[in-house]
Design a protein around this ligand. Structure first.
Ligand code: XMP
Ligand code: MG
Length: 175
């Protein structure tokens, strides 16, 4: 680990802001939070606890074919939702949008299941890496186009447990 990019305090403050917005938007409907494993686990758990309104949770695991640090847009479902989301107000909870390829695929896949509404909240976004524009309603932080770890984000399954977001030395992943 090289350097802290976003501190635990900054993450916490941002989630408070996002939770306020989401509470206001979902004042008369209960969101079904759909977390994308494993990266979104920390964010989803903190977000759900900061929402004042009740929500329910589902998880999905997808894998994009490609190397560890780049995404190909070809997605495979490793774990599907446990229930039907037809008629539900789905809020997809993502850790990070890089190229947007994974999320663009996921959005289409979930939208085809006839939810009453579907929106996206992501903690991080890399605007300079975008290949497909995905309509994201709530964004925590826009960050530079460099590999980050921590707070759910991994490199080779490590660093997910860090309470902050940090930049990984390129030498660690052969950059
Ligand atoms: P795309 O490019 O499809 O990628 O938007 C989204 C997924 O790629 C992973 N990803 C990262 N993981 N640090 C990570 O630990 C990063 O900087 C990073 N950028 C992309 C992540 O799994 C995300 O859901
Ligand atoms: Mg990953």
């Amino acid at each position: 680990m090289d350097e802290v990019v976003i501190t635990a305090e900054q993450i916490n403050g941002k989630i408070t802001e996002l939770a306020k917005e989401i509470d206001a938007e979902y004042a008369d409907r209960e969101p079904l939070l759909v977390g994308v494993l494993k990266g979104a686990v920390m964010f989803m758990s903190d977000l759900a606890r900061q929402l004042e309104r009740p929500s329910t949770m589902e998880f999905m695991a997808v894998s994009s074919y490609g190397s560890a640090t780049t995404s190909s847009g070809v997605v495979r479902i490793l774990k599907d939702l446990d229930r039907d989301i037809a008629g539900q107000h789905v809020l997809i909870v993502e850790d990070i949008i890089d190229s947007g390829l994974t999320l663009s695929w996921l959005l289409k896949n979930l939208a085809a299941r006839h939810p009453a509404s579907i929106e996206i909240v992501t903690l991080l976004r890399k605007p300079d890496a975008v290949k497909v524009e995905v309509p994201v309603k709530y964004v925590g932080f826009d960050i530079a186009n460099e590999f980050v770890v921590g707070y759910g984000l991994d490199y080779a399954e490590r660093y997910r447990d860090l309470p902050y977001i940090g930049r990984l030395r390129p030498s660690v992943y052969g950059g």
